[in-house]
Design a protein around this ligand. Sequence first.
Ligand code: NAD
Length: 513
Amino acid sequence: MNSLDPATGSLIGELEATSPDLIQGIVSEARSAQQEWSRLPLRKRSEHIRQFGEILVSRKRIAAELISQENGKPIAESYTSEIIPTLDIVRYYAYRSAGAIKDRRVHNRIPLMKTKKAFVRYEPYGVIGIISPWNYPLLLPCGQIIPALMTGNTVVFKPSEYTPLVGDMIAQFLWETGIPRKVFNIVQGGGDVGAALACSKVNKLFFTGSTATGKKISGLAANTLTPLSLELGSKDAMIVLDDADIDSAASGAIWGSLMNAGQTCVSIERCFVHEKIYDRFLDVLQTKIKKLRTGKGSDAGTDIGPIIHKAQFDTIRFQVEDAVRKGARIAAGGDFLEKNGTYFISPTVLIDLPKECSLMTEETFGPVLPITKFSSDDEAIGLANDSRFGLAASVWTADKKRGMAIAQRLQAGAVILNDIISYYGNSDGVVGGPKESGSGRVHGREGLFEMVFPKYYEIERAWRTKKLWWYPYDSTLLHFFEATVDLLFSKSLFAKSKSLLKLVPNFLRIKKI
Ligand code: NAD
């Protein structure tokens, strides 16, 4: 399979795709390696992960250039939205995993059970399958690979067919730390390889990608009841209130909708601006947007890179044309450039949008910002929640209390006041959303707990004693348990003391086989 530079259409490298027929065998090998890997002390696994971080630090330049070349994003973003947050994830899980998943002592409140010692231990699933998209080819898979390995799972990773070389780089760096190849496995290819992995009986599957593919994968995983974590698409809302700082909000809207050429799951796809500041906001935004440069991501001065492929470019163009046909007006940009297998779109702003158009309902995933006016907080909340997605949202205001009141009513997995997207860079935070944005969580404790299942352990200390609730049953036992209910749970002191009179004689008569 070929890896192409989306800014030039030229060949960057070639790799052998994995045959879907081989996937089952690779998963079996990963399973056979898992016991030994999970028996390593957590401290040892953490050493490998820290070493991976050191390798990434020492080869940051090569990594940044490869990401920019294969994905098309400006090289500055290779650092800010890939390498730096990935290194933070490495550090977070390398140092924090042990404390987060330690055993939980369990106390049984029923007196008859007091002879027992119990605890919950968080154990690795086994083999974790990870299917990733192309838009953040380093950060997204590492946000799952690192906690999976830390918790004692082995991994079978499938990067996107559009960024196989970044996927391969992750594998090379991990193997360089001494992690065995059967502990971290990489398979390369497109949807057919992903589908084979989804059917392969991995112990848990992590999928990040479009909602449409997420639905297909749910169907495949249902056959084997494979547990699934889904990180899917969105249509995130930005609400700009009448007391917001217009200059800062306009810059935030531009960056939040255009970074990575808008190909970000948590990019601003709908911007709602209070009518009192709407005209000024639009003026400021139009002035700022003219200063942005579209081009090759590898040029240090490029702000917006290419669109990854033709299908994505066609979807964006269709949505913009559909909106314009239905009455929307282009307030900036609107140029679609297709040349020699490369696809560029000038930063585009649309206003006067009809409610019913795909640009306002479907994920666009391009450098396009639709802006809509509102007149009250309730209206803004209604507009923002009117979506089948809900990854994140932002509220822009000088009034923290008012902002928080709105934030609580927004149906989203994260709400930020006066910033945009930044939460994705907080390893201690949590990412994931309700509705059709998915079901799993990454980052933080929650991301770690996605990698383990809670297993209950109980040790009976009175191991020679036969239990009162064992056979045989008879009327003595029945009276004893009736009295037990009153003693433990009745609100009446009279009933409690009366129960003792029944409890003791019946207790003395109980016989067990
Ligand atoms: P995609 O769904 O086309 O592909 C994602 C991955 O799934 C790729 O590796 C692909 O090869 C694989 N795949 C495709 N068909 C498959 C099938 N039938 N069975 C198994 N695997 C299959 O998505 P994309 O275009 O690579 O990425 C863009 C999408 O990802 C956007 O919708 C974006 O919102 C979403 N995304 C979500 C998050 C998040 O955290 N929620 C993060 C990044 C991207």
